[in-house]
Write a new protein. Structure first.
Length: 303
């Protein structure tokens, strides 16, 4: 399901951290080893908690690109923030609801004191979220990012595609950001040398990269999205499995529905996870459009 198909999100992460309940649920993908998957989820939560224990809420940001991995990471972060009383807003609340919740919490001094012990005080400002803007971004990705910003009460900060390093450095310095959550996984470009906590490479603004889902695989990402009912960009419904820019991204050819020329299965139907980026490439969009045109012409000739 996508954001447009729902009015609210069911936040059902609690059953996941209950191992007995988790191992009893009926998995959506037979490629999932539930024992291993459970361990990865718990380790991811522990990594996020470690970051918030090390840094103040205001010193941490999330790098968000609207992709499936970031959606999973955002949901995990939101769970940790709510669980530990670092924020008191719920998914789907708007600013008015947040203000009402704040007033209610102010009337309950005992609860506030307990939450304050967790992280000094409840933070009413949203999680700082860095979004790299480009004229070539998919409209669907931009719209989805804005929706997530409202849904999860994010403090969205755009960085222009022109001068990324400079723009990022300005935000890091201005906001005094010391750590950034990143939804990277092993198999992604430039990921092999990373650990759960890795500083940025030389030549880039200095901060600690926090990579909670580094060990997750493609099928586990989609399994988590399914069981937690997490919103995602509608492009995945159209067969996209890895989303970059418009000029270098097409639906994954492995998901083409037989007997059709431009209809694709959902991204979660990809059998071979190694082909996740098969729809990405420098000139792939141009080649795809040419092939599609040829298929259409051939179909017209056979009519």
């Amino acid at each position: 399901m996508t954001v447009s198909e729902r009015e609210s999100i069911k936040f059902n992460l609690d059953f996941i951290i209950d191992k007995e309940k988790f191992l009893k649920y009926e998995k959506h993908n037979n490629k999932i080893n539930k024992e291993e998957f459970y361990i990865k989820i718990i380790e991811s939560i522990e990594t996020i908690e470690c970051a918030f224990n090390k840094f103040e809420f205001q010193e941490i940001a999330l790098s968000f690109n609207g992709g499936k991995d970031c959606c999973v990471l955002l949901h995990l972060i939101n769970y940790v923030l709510l669980k530990n009383g670092i924020i008191n807003s719920c998914i789907g609340n708007n600013n008015n609801n947040n203000n009402n919740n704040n007033n209610n919490n102010n009337n309950n001094n005992n609860n506030n004191n307990n939450n304050n012990n967790n992280n000094n005080k409840i933070n009413r400002n949203g999680l700082k979220t860095i979004y790299f803007q480009t004229p070539d971004s998919f409209i669907q990705v931009n719209e989805f990012t804005e929706t997530c910003s409202l849904m999860y009460n994010l403090n969205l900060m755009g960085v222009s595609s022109i001068g990324i390093k400079e723009g990022l450095e300005k935000i890091i310095k201005r906001e005094n950001i010391k750590a950034v959550f990143i939804g990277i996984r092993f198999g992604d470009p430039n990921s092999l040398h990373l650990e759960k906590f890795s500083f940025t490479d030389p030549g880039w603004p200095h901060f600690l990269r926090v990579n909670p889902i580094l060990n997750w695989n493609y099928h586990e990402i989609w399994e988590f999205i399914e069981i937690c009912n997490i919103p995602y960009c509608q492009l995945y419904d159209q067969g996209y499995t890895s989303i970059g820019q418009q000029h270098d991204t097409i639906p994954n050819p492995d998901l083409l529905i037989p007997s059709t020329i431009d209809q694709y299965y959902h991204a979660n139907q990809l059998e071979n996870a190694e082909n996740e980026r098969k729809g990405r490439g420098k000139n792939i969009k141009q080649i795809y459009q040419q092939q599609l045109l040829e298929k259409q012409q051939k179909l017209q000739q056979n009519e």
